[in-house]
Structures are given as structure tokens and as C-alpha cells.
Design a protein around this ligand. Structure first.
Ligand SMILES: NC(=O)c1ccc[n+]([C@@H]2O[C@H](COP(=O)([O-])OP(=O)(O)OC[C@H]3O[C@@H](n4cnc5c(N)ncnc54)[C@H](OP(=O)(O)O)[C@@H]3O)[C@@H](O)[C@H]2O)c1
Length: 269
């Protein structure tokens, strides 16, 4: 069966790459793609052969929401920011739909445990955490895709291109029910701390100086009022304690030519 895939968040940093991959699969007849977008969204990047469905998330729940998800077997969300709240507004229509096989919420981050939530100020993630919990409360079939830090690739992570290709490969799965209520994770590189230091040494041309972070310094970062700093420190802590704990199967992109750690570090310097 060819899955009908609905995409929300097609203009985002990750969404742009996902749209490219899904549009290729659509053109090859491997999926039917519909992009669900806000009335204000830029639709110029959506190929002309891909269906567009406009949805006003501020409207009352009802026929317009049902129409947006009609026929959609896999709803894939790559929304950012307040988009998590818009995802939740789709849930009643998803639970009414007879066509939905699974919903892939906009996750694409590391796995956060009760320990992380208790030991860091990661309120920045709360909308995503709430969106996932709400979906599970409503007993929607959910597929969670986890990744590391896509920006730097250094903490067992994937580039946006790799993450988009891996996620796109999931939605071509013949039996989409095999995705429901499962976790998958994606990483492209898995360097050790020593690998990272070596890449910096080669990039800079002199020995990398390692500066240890004290427990107090780490704690201050974990509780920083800057949400991104607290999030970064959480990943740092998880990496240092070998506590990344990805769940489910790893999705790999066969034959992918990674640019490699040295090139990434060099580009960042
Ligand atoms: N692991 C990592 O290092 C990493 C890195 C980056 C992202 N991520 C994750 O990947 C996901 C996507 O992140 P991103 O940075 O690509 O997001 P982004 O660029 O901020 O996403 C923008 C997209 O979200 C849509 N959107 C924003 N607010 C919305 C709202 N209120 N209602 C409906 N749609 C809304 C926008 O719609 P319009 O087109 O209508 O404007 C746009 O398509 C997030 O879950 C993020 O946490 C993870």
C-alpha cells in the first residue's frame, strides 16, 4: 500500500529538508503527499504536483480540521516553536479519522528522562513534552523519532539532511501499522570525546586544551534561565554520563556519504 502522508511544518529548518525528501518520494509514486499549512504560510516551495491543504489552527474544531487530515495515513510534524500547540489542536480530528495509522510528532531531539526533568530547567521543551503526553492520553497511535543535536553533530547526532532522509524512509514502510507506538532514533556520527578533541586539534593545528567543568559549574548551566544553555548542559551531562538512552531501532540511510567529523569541526572554526 502507498501511504498518504500529511506534512505540517514544511518551512522549518528541518521541515525544508523533509519536504525535499517527501516530494521526491511523491514524484516516484512511493507515497502520496499532502502539505497542511497555515493561511499565512509560504507555499512557494511546495512542488506543484503536491496537494496543499490550508488550515486555520485558530478556527473552532470541526469540519475544517477533519478535511485537513482526511485520507492521511501518516501525519508527520516538523513544526517548531508554538507549532507544538497547533499539533495538539489537530488531535480531536486525528482521533475521529478512520484513515490515520500513525502520527509522528515534532520530536527529533534526545530522549529526556524523569532524571533530566528533575535536574535541569528544560522548560524550553515543555510544549513538546506536553504535545506528546496529550497524544498518548488521547490514545493516538504515535511514532517518536529521536535524534541528537543536529546543529553540531558532535553529540551522536545527524545533519538535517540525514535526519530528513531517515525520517522519509520510515514513511515508505509498506505496513504503516508497524510504525505505530514505536520509537526510532537517528544518528549519523557517534564520536567519543577523544575523537572530538582530536578533530579540534587537527582543525586548529595545535593541541586541544581540555578544560574540566566542575559539578557546580555544570549545575549552574543546567539551571540557567537561558533555555538553550540549560538544554545544551543537559545533553552535555547525558553525554558525559553515557546516558543518552535512545529508544527503539536505529534508522540508517544506506550509502550516505557523511561529510565526517573533521570537516564539520573545520567548518565550525
Ligand atoms: N535535535 C536537534 O538538535 C534539533 C535541531 C533543530 C530542530 N530540532 C527539532 O526539530 C523540530 C523542528 O524544529 P525547527 O527548528 O526545524 O523548527 P522551525 O524552523 O522553527 O519550524 C518552523 C515551521 O513550524 C511552523 N510553525 C511555527 N509556529 C507554528 C504554529 N503556531 N502553528 C503551526 N505551525 C507553526 C512554521 O509554519 P509556517 O510555514 O506557517 O510559518 C514552519 O513551517 C522541533 O521539534 C525541534 O525541537 C531538533
Amino acid at each position: 500500500m502507498v501511504n498518504t502522508v500529511g506534512l505540517i511544518g514544511h518551512n522549518g529548518t528541518l521541515g525544508k529538508s523533509v519536504l525535499v525528501e517527501l516530494a521526491k518520494l511523491h514524484a516516484q509514486g512511493k507515497i502520496n503527499l499532502s502539505v497542511i499549512h497555515r493561511p499565512t504560510s509560504n507555499t512557494a516551495t511546495i512542488p506543484s504536483d503536491v496537494e496543499r491543504r490550508e488550515l486555520d489552527y485558530d478556527a473552532e474544531d470541526g469540519p475544517s480540521f477533519d478535511a485537513a487530515v482526511k485520507g492521511v495515513n501518516i501525519l508527520l510534524s516538523t513544526v517548531g516553536g508554538l507549532g507544538s500547540e497547533s499539533q495538539v489542536k489537530l488531535y480531536p480530528a486525528l482521533s475521529r479519522s478512520k484513515d490515520l495509522v500513525t502520527f509522528i510528532p515534532s520530536e527529533f531531539g534526545p530522549h529526556y528522562t524523569a532524571y533530566d526533568k528533575a535536574h535541569a530547567t528544560i522548560g524550553i521543551l515543555q510544549p513538546k513534552i506536553t504535545a506528546l503526553e496529550e497524544a498518548q492520553k488521547m490514545q493516538l497511535p504515535v511514532t517518536v523519532v529521536q535524534a541528537g543535536i543536529t546543529a553540531s553533530l558532535v553529540f551522536r547526532a545527524a545533519s538535517h539532511d540525514y535526519l530528513a532522509k531517515a525520517t522519509a524512509s520510515l514513511v515508505t514502510t509498506q505496513d504503516a501499522t508497524s510504525l505505530a507506538d514505536k520509537h526510532f532514533h537517528v544518528y549519523e556520527l557517534n564520536p567519543t570525546g577523544a575523537d572530538i578533541a582530536k578533530a579540534f586539534t587537527e582543525g586548529i593545528g595545535s593541541e586541544t586544551k581540555l578544560v574540566p567543568l566542575t559539578d557546580d559549574e555544570l549545575d549552574a548551566k543546567l539551571h540557567s534561565t537561558n533555555g538553550f544553555e540549560a538544554l545544551g548542559a543537559t545533553i552535555f551531562r547525558k553525554r558525559a554520563d553515557d546516558d543518552l538512552q535512545y529508544q527503539g531501532d536505529r534508522v540508517q540511510v544506506a550509502g550516505y556519504q557523511s561529510q565526517g567529523l573533521n570537516a564539520i569541526v573545520k567548518a565550525a572554526l
